[in-house]
Design a protein around this ligand. Structure first.
Ligand SMILES: [Zn+2]
Length: 215
């Protein structure tokens, strides 16, 4: 937490390399010094990672061959008013637990679950029984015309399912999916979210630095 003028700013990003989780089968994150100041004139690192490493966002091209890629969005699409809603269900985010009337068209919603409360999102280790976004809740995200949905784990989807219904549902309506935000210590309420991706050409996703600014 820090202050900028009157605003309180929360960094809700996980640290790549110490806190971030490698999704099974995806490229693991690594950063290696290929030059170091001990025997060269500078330190210089090489990154190897997925576009889905650490705190990141997904765009429709992730699941739709003709879907919007990262550069089909404006930078202002990644700065918006969001509602942080706490979920007590230990297994999944269901439509019935959420007061969807809080969300106005164009706003975003971030779900805080036991993934944050128990530190799973910043543990560095993958667990398969994380709290996920159920397909019925994904439908509600679309019905209230939210423009972004976020969760405090590396995927919104239940692990091990054959069909990625929740991703397909929201990405099919051009909703941005923000994954692996750490909402530990964040109270329910409304904030301004900034989650700026790298300016990658034609990409399906990008790591972001995500912050919440209190009103
Ligand atoms: Zn992703």
């Amino acid at each position: 937490m820090s202050d900028l003028g009157n605003a309180t700013i929360h960094d809700i990003s996980v640290t790549l390399g110490t806190e971030s989780i490698d999704y099974p089968g995806d490229t693991a994150y690594s950063r290696n010094l290929i030059m170091n100041s001990g025997d060269s004139f500078c330190n210089l690192s090489r990154l190897e990672m997925s576009c889905h490493s650490g705190t990141h966002l997904d765009v429709p091209f992730h699941f739709y061959a003709d879907g919007k890629t990262l550069d089909d969005f404006q930078v202002t699409d990644f700065i918006k008013r969001v509602h942080v809603i706490e979920i007590m269900d230990p297994d999944r985010i269901t439509a019935s637990e959420v007061d969807w009337s809080l969300i106005s068209p164009g706003e975003g919603v971030l779900f805080k679950t036991r993934n944050s409360r128990e530190g799973l999102v910043k543990s560095g280790k993958f667990v398969s029984d994380f709290v996920y976004l159920s397909p019925d809740a994904a439908k509600k995200v679309n019905e209230c015309k939210a423009s972004l949905v976020g969760i405090d784990y590396i995927s919104i989807e239940q692990f091990g399912v054959e069909h990625f219904h929740s991703h397909l549902e929201v990405l099919g309506q051009d909703v941005i999916v923000l994954e692996a935000v750490n909402l530990e210590g964040i109270s329910e309420g409304t904030y301004t979210l900034m989650c700026l991706p790298l300016k990658l050409s034609s990409a399906d996703a990008s790591p972001v630095r995500a912050i919440l600014i209190e009103d």
